[in-house]
Write a protein that binds this ligand. Structure first.
Ligand SMILES: [Zn+2]
Ligand SMILES: [Zn+2]
Length: 205
């Protein structure tokens, strides 16, 4: 059996708090600037941020995810290395929100909070299925999971860290949201035990 946390749809938290949510504007530490796509040069879309309870500190860290949606399907936004998505790893602390650039597809239309609910299951798919069976179609939706192990749709695509070159640590698996598109599949998000401030994301369908 595996300990993991399901990410359950919840009310939107205060935007300046380092809480897990999809949509809105990103909390940004220090002098971070809005990421741009390496393929089309347009500003990426902010997907959301996940609070990962921490190996590095009790407060944990914040995993902030972006993906290019200026030309959906044309910027290899599913690939961990192509520069069509971006993941920041930053300290989990309250801060200021980064304003989106005025051009490009930068914001999701919808936003919701994500509450992490600890479960024990044989894996992500079981945990997900059990939640759905127990809470029904009208219950709060499971939108993904934190930690545990990735449930790959295709082959294992665990990326290597740019800083230390080691295989990265799996942080989260995300389901598609109301206007967040992973080609009908799932996104997989990684950070690194070395403390690199750049995470990676890959999605499969
Ligand atoms: Zn692009
Ligand atoms: Zn590393």
């Amino acid at each position: 059996m595996l300990d993991l946390m399901l990410l359950i749809q919840a009310p939107v938290p205060a935007l300046t708090e380092p809480a897990s949510r999809i949509g809105g504007a990103p909390l940004a530490d220090g002098d971070r600037v809005w990421p741009h796509c390496a393929r089309c040069d347009g500003p990426m879309q902010f997907l959301g941020q996940l609070r990962a309870p921490g190996a590095k500190s009790a407060a944990g860290h914040l995993v902030t995810m972006f993906m290019c949606q200026n030309n959906p399907g044309m910027c290899e936004e599913w690939d961990a290395e192509a520069g069509g998505n971006a993941v920041w790893i930053q300290p989990a602390r309250a801060g200021s929100l980064l304003a989106a650039p005025t051009r490009g597809v930068t914001r999701l239309a919808s936003s919701y909070g994500l509450e992490a609910v600890a479960v024990t299951a044989s894996g992500y798919d079981d945990a997900f299925g059990e939640w759905r069976a127990k809470h029904g179609a009208d219950g709060r939706r499971a939108m993904g999971g934190l930690f545990g192990e990735p449930s790959w749709i295709q082959a294992d695509e665990t990326p290597a860290c740019d800083a230390c070159r080691q295989p990265m640590r799996f942080v989260a698996q995300l389901e598609e949201g109301p206007d967040m598109n992973f080609g009908g599949g799932c996104a997989y998000v990684f950070d690194c035990a070395c403390g690199a401030d750049r995470g990676k994301m890959v999605w499969q369908q």
